[in-house]
Design a protein around this ligand. Structure first.
Ligand code: ATP
Ligand code: MG
Length: 217
């Protein structure tokens, strides 16, 4: 799916450096590492939200050309991305959850069906009438997760999806994440602070220390 060759992302006080990394199709990858080690930066590069300072990225065997805006927009549409600190729009919970489907041109019938499915999966039916300003931190995180999970993209990127959730919800969401590669035939990349969580979820583990990959697997 992705090949990263000698890439660098240089910030004023931080450099992310990856020499050679392959991310395979329809696999689940868990990314770990301490605060500030580069996890989010890595995900944003994979999501084509950040340009790289040097090096090469290939996606589906095609070299990424950052000057080709059309190519980038097309690729971004194939990625469902959950931000580490997601925000909800000032709209109903329904509109917040289905916005990605609307952008991608799904019809209303399919949108409603997918909305019901995702609400059942995440056990959030009790929230859908609520005003978004009255939601708790964990509830906001579930709505943001639902908005991402509802898509049928070939890549899912989740940045700390369960950091505000209770134990039962974490187990549920972890099971959902683990089932995505097979159910949706997609590649999944997820960050976590919990080593135990990472070990439990997959053998594909990427661990960052100070901007460099410490170990893969
Ligand atoms: N846009 C930016 N401009 C300048 N520096 C940045 C930018 N984005 C990230 N950084 C720096 O890069 C480093 C890595 O940040 P990153 O967000 O990737 O860490 P992280 O591993 O996701 O941390 P956390 O566990 O806290 O989420 C940090 O020192 C951060 O300050
Ligand atoms: Mg982060």
């Amino acid at each position: 799916m992705y090949i990263l060759k000698n890439i660098k992302k240089i910030f004023k006080d931080f450099v992310l450096e990856i020499n050679d990394l392959h991310i395979k199709k329809k696999q689940l990858y868990v990314v770990t590492g301490p605060n500030g080690s580069g996890k989010t930066t890595f995900l944003k590069i994979l999501g084509f939200l950040y340009y790289i300072s040097s090096g090469e990225i290939f996606i589906d065997k095609k070299k990424v050309n950052y000057n080709d805006k059309e190519f980038l927009v097309k690729k971004r549409r194939k990625i469902a991305y959950l931000f580490q600190n997601p925000y909800l729009f000032n709209a109903s919970i329904y509109d917040n959850i289905v916005c990605g489907l609307k952008i991608r041109g799904y019809n209303n019938y399919t949108i409603k069906k997918k909305f019901n499915d995702v609400c059942n999966k995440l056990e959030i039916n009790n929230l859908i009438e609520k005003n978004i300003f009255n939601l708790s931190g964990g509830e906001i995180q579930k709505i943001a997760f639902a908005r991402t999970l509802i898509l049928d993209t070939s890549i899912f990127i989740f940045d700390e999806p369960v950091s505000s959730m209770d134990e039962k919800s974490i187990n549920n969401v972890e099971n959902i994440i683990q089932s995505i590669p097979e159910e949706k035939e997609s590649t999944v990349i997820v960050t976590t602070h919990s080593k135990d969580q990472a070990i439990k979820m997959t053998k594909n583990r990427i661990s960052f220390v100070n901007g460099k990959i410490n170990n893969v697997g």
